[in-house]
Design a protein around this ligand. Structure first.
Ligand code: FAQ
Length: 313
C-alpha cells in the first residue's frame, strides 16, 4: 500500500493487522514502542518484588504477588504483539528485542530505576505508577495496530485493579499511626515527579510524537495526558490527607486545570542515559536471571525438537 493510502486507512480508524502491507517506518515505530513497553512491564516487576517477602500480612502478600504476576503477563502479551512485526530482518524477534534491553540499546520506563525504600512505596507505585500507566494505556487501546490495541484492552482492566490495591494500601497507612502517615507522605514525595515523567518529555521536545500521532499509534500528547493525570490525582491525594510536593500546584479557574511546577528534566535525562539510582542494578538482575535460567530454555528447545523428530518418524 502506498504511504498516502496507508495514512488515509489508519486515519479512518481502520486497524492494521500483522500480515498487512505497511510502511517500514510504521513497523519500526511500533517495534520500538511495543518492545519498550514490554521491557517496562518486565523490569517493572523488580521494584515491587523487593517487598514480597516483607509484605505486612498474608493478604497483602497475595495481592502483591498477583499484581506482579499480572505484570509478567502484560510483558508476554506485548512481546508477542511486537513479534508479529518481525519480518525476518528487522530484529523484532523476541531474543533480539530482549537483548536490546539487556545491552541498554532499548529503553524501558524511567520510573523503574527508582528504589522502593518502604512498604508505602508499594502503595505509591500502585496508585501513581499504575495510575499513570492506565492514563496512557486507555489512549493506546485505540491505536491503529490490531494486536497492540487488543493487548491494551486486557492490560487496562488489570491495571485498574493494581491502581486500587495501591491506593488502598495508602488509605490504610493514612488512617494508621502518625509514623505510617509520614511514611505515605514520604513515598508520595519521592514518587510524584518520577511518575509525572512517565508521560515522556514535553510535546515540544518529543521527537516521535508527530509521526506517532499521524499513524494513530499515539492518540493524545504527552503533555495532555500528564495534565489529565495531575487533574485527577490531586483530589485523590487530598482524600488521603497527603500533600502533593509541588509549591506551584494551583487550580487555574480559567484553564479548568491545575497549574504545576517545572519537572526535573535534567534528572529524567540522566535516568534515560543509564545514570538513575537503580539502572545498573535492574539490568544486572535481568542479566543474571537470563544466565542462570538459560538451561530451562535450552531444555525446552531440546524437548520440542525431540517431539518434532518423533512425529516425523
Ligand atoms: N522512560 O518522542 P517521545 C507500566 C523516551 S508500563 C523512558 O515522547 P514516544 C506498567 C522515548 O522512548 C509503563 N524513556 O517518545 C507497570 C523516546 O526514546 P527512543 C510504560 C522514555 O514513544 C506498572 C524518547 O524518550 N508504558 O508502568 C520515557 O512518542 C507498575 C523521546 O520521547 C509504556 O511504555 C520514559 N518515561 O512517547 C508495570 C506505554 N518517556 O525510543 C510494573 C507505551 C519517553 O526514541 C509495575 N509507550 N521516553 O529512543 C508510550 O506511550 C510512549 O512510548 C511514551 C513516549 C509516551 C512513553
Amino acid at each position: 500500500m502506498e504511504q498516502e493510502k496507508f495514512l488515509d486507512y489508519v486515519q479512518a480508524e481502520n486497524k492494521v493487522e500483522p500480515k498487512d502491507v505497511m510502511p517500514e517506518d510504521y513497523r519500526k515505530l511500533l517495534v520500538r514502542q511495543i518492545s519498550q513497553h514490554a521491557h517496562s512491564e518486565i523490569v517493572g516487576m523488580l521494584p515491587e518484588a523487593n517487598w514480597i517477602s516483607r509484605a505486612p500480612s498474608l493478604r497483602r502478600k497475595m495481592a502483591l504477588l498477583a499484581k506482579i504476576q499480572d505484570e509478567a503477563g502484560h510483558g508476554l502479551y506485548l512481546y508477542a504483539a511486537s513479534e508479529t512485526l518481525n519480518n525476518g530482518e528487522n530484529g523484532a524477534d523476541r531474543d533480539s528485542t530482549y537483548n536490546d534491553m539487556l545491552s541498554g540499546r532499548a529503553k524501558y520506563s524511567s520510573i523503574f530505576n527508582y528504589p522502593t525504600l518502604s512498604w508505602a512505596d508499594i502503595g505509591a507505585i500502585g496508585w501513581l505508577v499504575d495510575g499513570a500507566a492506565i492514563m496512557n494505556q486507555v489512549m493506546l487501546m485505540g491505536n491503529s495496530y490490531g494486536p497492540y490495541s487488543r493487548a491494551m484492552v486486557r492490560i487496562c482492566k488489570e491495571e485498574s485493579f493494581h491502581q486500587r490495591q495501591g491506593y488502598e494500601i495508602l488509605m490504610t497507612l493514612c488512617k494508621g499511626t502518625k509514623e505510617q502517615k509520614e511514611m505515605a507522605q514520604e513515598a508520595l514525595n519521592r514518587f510524584w515527579w518520577p511518575a509525572l515523567m512517565m508521560f515522556g518529555p514535553n510535546d515540544s521536545d518529543s521527537p516521535n510524537s508527530q509521526k506517532s500521532m499521524n499513524y494513530k499509534v499515539k492518540r493524545e500528547s504527552n503533555d495532555d495526558l500528564r495534565q489529565r493525570f495531575i487533574d485527577v490525582t490531586v483530589s485523590q491525594a487530598e482524600f488521603l490527607g497527603l500533600k502533593v510536593p509541588d509549591e506551584n500546584l494551583k487550580w487555574n479557574e480559567e484553564r479548568q486545570h491545575y497549574d504545576f511546577g517545572d519537572l526535573p528534566w535534567d534528572e529524567f535525562m540522566e535516568v534515560l542515559k543509564g545514570n538513575g539510582p537503580c539502572n545498573k542494578k535492574r539490568l544486572e538482575t535481568k542479566k543474571k536471571a537470563q544466565r542462570e535460567n538459560l538451561w530451562v530454555k535450552e531444555a525446552a528447545i531440546a524437548f520440542a525438537e525431540k517431539q518434532i523428530k518423533l512425529t516425523k518418524t
